[in-house]
Write a protein that binds this ligand. Structure first.
Ligand SMILES: NS(=O)(=O)N[C@@H](Cc1ccccc1)C(=O)O
Ligand SMILES: [Zn+2]
Length: 310
């Protein structure tokens, strides 16, 4: 359970109930399923939001993933905000209605349910980041593009950036990989945009993380320019700072590298509130901060949905 005073955050069972209720209340525009199970056997839920959700329409698809890192609970609330806004707002909010009618929106509110539940064990924050496999794998170093290539992760199982034994050695990254791979239809990847939500630092990040080069064998100058242009527009909308992720620090095996490197999906990381300098406390904002700090990204979500159709 969350500590006293932080009841506004959703536990795994509470988020599961919220998703089930949203699907029951909006049967025509939602399809609740899952992408597989975690190391400890928890289902990793997948919520699809789209008009005629039960059909695979020929519309641009977008994915939002949250809570790769266990202690970053505000990101779970960010994904639940997206679910609630695009279900409750359908038929009343014009922008929401237009996107639900013209896109297929996929939301995974927790990629790391085991780690997230461990982090709040006994109603005390554990400061936990990784999954619960052995001493834990950092899911955001376990993706199979340039895995372990560039000193952007650790080979020490005790490290908080332990990359795992191999790319996709964690069942959680493998499950999301399998879902994204399944969206290649007729040789075409249907997903065009992705945001992976993290805390904290108030940043908009884009690939690549494994090199400080803007242009590589998998990123042309024009493609790098598009990441910069869209990244800056996203950051203008929420007041975050835009930058290539390697300008922050070098990482390898991160999700954005794989989404773009493997599938050419326009993939960003958002580091949410707070900005900086709070140490471990920065991962544990008050639940009074949930509404303002998730709504702060509504416009950015709309920008990504627009870009997916561009
Ligand atoms: N949320 S965080 O504090 O772990 N920061 C993220 C930042 C990050 C995210 C995506 C690519 C490169 C770097 C991390 O995975 O290190
Ligand atoms: Zn993170």
């Amino acid at each position: 359970e969350f500590p006293e005073g932080d009841e506004g955050f959703h536990t795994y069972s509470e988020l599961t109930t919220l998703l089930e209720n949203a699907a029951a209340d909006h049967p025509d525009i939602t399809q609740l399923s899952d992408v597989g199970s975690s190391h400890e056997g928890r289902t990793i839920p997948l919520m699809k939001i789209s008009a005629d959700a039960a059909q695979d329409s020929d519309e641009p698809e977008v994915l939002f993933t949250c809570n790769q890192h266990a202690r970053e609970h505000l990101t779970t609330e960010m994904c639940l905000r997206i679910v609630e806004r695009f279900t409750d707002g359908y038929g009343t909010d014009q922008t929401v209605t237009d996107f639900v009618d013209s896109r297929e929106i996929y939301v995974i509110p927790t990629v790391n349910p085991d780690g997230s539940e461990h982090d709040i064990e006994g109603g005390q924050y554990q400061g936990w980041r990784k999954n619960r496999q052995g001493q834990g794998t950092d899911l955001n170093r376990n993706w199979g593009y340039k895995w372990g290539c560039c000193d952007g992760s650790s080979g020490d199982p005790a490290s908080d950036t332990y990359r795992g034994e191999s790319g996709f050695s964690a069942p959680e990254t493998a499950a999301v990989r399998d879902f994204v791979n399944s969206r290649v239809v007729g040789g075409e990847q249907q997903l065009e945009g992705h945001i992976d939500f993290h805390t904290y630092g108030e940043l908009v990040l884009w690939p690549f993380g494994h090199t400080t080069d803007d242009v590589t064998e998998d990123m042309t100058e024009q493609q790098a320019q598009r990441f910069q242009d869209v990244g800056r527009e996203l950051a203008d909308s929420n007041g975050y700072t835009p930058q290539q992720s390697s300008d922050l620090y070098v990482t390898d095996g991160d999700v954005n590298g794989w989404m773009w490197g493997e599938h050419r999906i326009l993939s960003f990381t958002f580091e949410m509130y707070p900005a900086d300098g709070f140490g471990l406390d920065g991962f544990y904002p008050d639940d009074e901060d949930i509404a303002p700090e998730t709504e702060r990204n509504d416009q950015a979500v709309d920008i990504l949905l627009r870009e997916a159709g561009a």
